[in-house]
Write a new protein. Sequence first.
Length: 236
Amino acid sequence: MSGPLKEFARREWGPLFTTVRTALVTGRWRAVPMTLGAVCLTALFQLVQNQDWGYQPVQDIGSVRAEDPLWLALLRTPPSLFVPALDLPVWGALAQVLLVFGIAEICLGRWRTLAVAYLATLAGTLYARVGIALGPDGPLGLPASDAQVVDTGPSAAVVGLAVYVCWRYGARWTGALVVLAMVIEVVVKANLAGKEHLAAIAAVLVLIAVQAWRGRGQDGVEPRPGTRSWKPPIRS
């Protein structure tokens, strides 16, 4: 790797890589107990919902649609983080949860990881209702038929966590690439899932803006990983 590329990689991923590697070397799988539980729960939901007897119970526990009463949607939103989409390969959902939740758990702590994941998922859930109310004519609107479509499952949480961790650890180009990929997804296929991903990102960006504003130093500049004024987040 040439000098400029090596320097870019060090600045972009150095703090993140060091944090994750240290945790995995010292704690191995004990570093990510919540993530392992989330992977097992996602796999269990997938196994059950593909059984004749298990589809409806999983729907009742963790499948959210915009046509549902709001109180019921809010009740189902937390478990919906772990209900994979039926029309996508489950290994993709499991890999996303293992990788992104695992990195987030190490870097943020389990409770902050769950909080950001829930915020992202909830933003997508609430956006679906707003989008359907706006109608299909506007760029933010959705057709009425989307009220019967199940929300995104773990993917909105995964996207939100990826953006948040990239910001916390100074991987700004990587975070921007995640956002760009989600925008391209909507441009190529403007479905409910893609727009819910953008809603999740929007909610996380608002959270980032608030935390950046609250955490700025006296000189008005946000501390960056690798500088003396930056402190790694405290794991909860």
